[in-house]
Design a protein around this ligand. Sequence first.
Ligand code: ZN
Length: 78
Amino acid sequence: MATPLEFNIDVALYGLLVLGLFGFLWLYYDRRDRAFYDTERRKITFHCIRCDHLYTEKVGTEIAPCPKCAHPNTRLKF
Ligand SMILES: [Zn+2]
């Protein structure tokens, strides 16, 4: 049988472990989300004037063909 002291240490260690795990997961997803939004921000939106399709290309692309109908579109100006 565990004495109350050992029980408390076990609970404290378990709590720290869970906290550490959540902290790690939070950091991991936070960094992953930031990387995801960074790549999203580096993309620009194109709108196909022929078939009304919206698509994105990486920044620096001035003319991109539509993935649906291959019509070359110039970038949207905001
Ligand atoms: Zn199109």
